[in-house]
Design a binder for this molecule. Structure first.
Ligand SMILES: O=C(O)CCC(=O)C(=O)O
Ligand SMILES: [Fe+2]
Length: 154
């Protein structure tokens, strides 16, 4: 994958306080686009990851950066490393601000399973698309539950 230039973007999140409302969602369950996400998770909890059908709290350490796998790593590794399905639950007591940096290749980069991850037992499991086409498949709407992965998994 050519990574001399890339398409990175930051989409800050500001989640309001919602007293007296248990488990109200700040972000619906979704997959993130791109290669990797570097997230400054702010001071409050709320980020949850799906693991074997259950939601678990990420509970990042104070002053840490959360690194998570986005959809292109799943495609590049031919499904070996799965994109993290996650959501945000609003906090009853603390206003939550988070800062995710979405790291991706340039928009015209073809994203396909790496040859090292394909063999006779692991045939290519994803369609070959450019990063731009992957974003379009997701309607540029990263918080939509519909991930581009659904459109490119074979
Ligand atoms: O607020 C968070 O911790 C996560 C944000 C997130 O998942 C996103 O913006 O895609
Ligand atoms: Fe996300």
């Amino acid at each position: 994958m050519k990574l001399e230039s890339g398409c990175d973007f930051i989409t800050p999140n500001d989640y309001p306080l919602r007293p007296y409302s248990e488990n109200q969602l700040g972000q619906a369950p979704h997959y993130d686009p791109g290669l990797l996400i570097l997230l400054l998770p702010g001071l409050s909890n709320g980020l949850q990851l799906e693991h074997h059908g259950k939601w678990i709290n990420a509970n990042p350490q104070p002053n840490s950066i959360v690194v998570s796998i986005a959809d292109q790593i799943e495609i590049l590794t031919n499904g070996k490393y799965k994109c993290v399905f996650h959501r945000v639950v609003l906090n009853n007591n603390v206003r939550r601000i988070s800062l995710p940096l979405f790291i991706g290749p340039s928009l015209d980069t073809m994203v396909s399973p790496l040859p090292e991850c394909v063999d006779e037992h692991h045939p290519p499991a994803y369609l070959v698309k450019t990063y731009k086409e992957l974003l379009e498949a997701n309607q540029y709407h990263e918080i939509d539950v519909k991930s581009c992965l659904k459109n490119v998994r074979l």
